[in-house]
Design a protein around this ligand. Structure first.
Ligand SMILES: [Zn+2]
Length: 93
């Protein structure tokens, strides 16, 4: 599973199309175990959803969702851009 796929899964989760039992999803758990940015976003989303399920009138605003995903996407891109830079240097010779 890639970050993109995980992000899509989270999107569906936020939209209420998926259940919260993500721990049952092997691929999801495996990706999370080794991807720190995704751990952070899942943690945030989970807290938000728990608030929501606790009965708080707390619909996740589209705008907030978009902003959150955009900022995470930027962070991932920075991270992966750096990784691909260093790997292309390594394979330069
Ligand atoms: Zn990831």
């Amino acid at each position: 599973m890639t970050c993109e796929e995980l992000l899509r899964l989270i999107n569906e989760l936020v939209d209420g199309e998926l259940d919260l039992n993500l721990a049952e999803c092997q691929e999801f758990a495996e990706h999370l175990a080794k991807c720190n940015p995704c751990q952070v976003v899942v943690d945030n989303i989970r807290q938000t959803i728990q608030l929501y399920r606790a009965g708080e009138p707390f619909p996740l605003p589209r705008e907030f969702q978009a902003r959150l995903l955009a900022s995470l996407r930027r962070r991932w891109q920075e991270r992966f851009a750096r990784e691909s830079e260093s790997s292309s240097q390594a394979s330069g010779s």
